[in-house]
Design a protein around this ligand. Sequence first.
Ligand code: ADP
Ligand code: MG
Length: 294
Amino acid sequence: MRTRSIDVATPVQPTDGSGVQPTNGNGAGRSGPDGPTAPAAVFRGISHSFESEDGTLVTALDGIDLTVSPGEFVAIVGPSGCGKTTLLNILSGLEQPKVGSVEVDGHAVRTGDREVGYLFARDALLPWRTVLGNVELNMELFGVPKEERQHRALALLHDVGLDDYAGSWPAQLSQGMRQRVAIARTLATQPALLLLDEPFSALDAQTKLVLQDAFASLWATLGSTVVLITHDLAEAIALADRVVLMTRGPGRIKAVFPVELPRPRSIFSLQSDEAFHRFYEQIWMQLAEEVTPR
Ligand SMILES: Nc1ncnc2c1ncn2[C@@H]1O[C@H](COP(=O)(O)OP(=O)(O)O)[C@@H](O)[C@H]1O
Ligand SMILES: [Mg+2]
């Protein structure tokens, strides 16, 4: 049972200039198991700058317009420093844009919104709590009863391959295992909007595929709207409904690619899928221009 308080979201037409709607079953108007609860997320004319140490202004983002439809999975790729994390911070309300606005489910964003789950690139676990205690943390803050908390946490630990580590301490885990715990903790509150900043980047290649696959299955049951930030193009194509490509800083949207691969997708099978590789090459040609030195 989901306990969301969010209203039914009205699908919003994309304003990203791509002219494309999400093209598969997980696109606009997607319903979760208990009805259509996932929100739309909208960036309107976002520009942002930071003051550097010598007092000059660094433009991080320049004129970002993007609509993520309810239940859509959007991956944003771009070179390091192009403003990806800043964009996610703005969507979560952690950072106020200098120009423009963001909306979630038709409202201005609020920090601490319990419908929003934000997994940071280097998410920290509490060292004095066991693995189980860490996965239960956000549920505890949200007042989920103890029995349900434990039940959900153990199920998620199973999904991320950590059945045997519920009683372990974070210090006893590898970086990859700690990241799995952080993923489980973020999903445990079943957020209607999931913001993920490079969640798999600290993992070795094999573990990454296993976790991406587990995550894809979990997302299919959650029905959340997802914004995934990554510099890994293969990850973006494998998981998302649309891939948004950013330019090198100051970040602008360079192109938006609908991913026309059927779902459910097996992340493992995609590795040898011809259509997947064609997408990869098509997008890579444009991404390469942004990551290679001028
Ligand atoms: N708090 C900050 N203060 C100053 N500059 C920042 C700050 N956060 C980000 N920046 C700058 O903004 C740009 C975009 O950063 P970021 O959003 O972290 O990029 P990405 O996540 O794509 O690597 C970079 O030039 C970075 O140095
Ligand atoms: Mg970043």
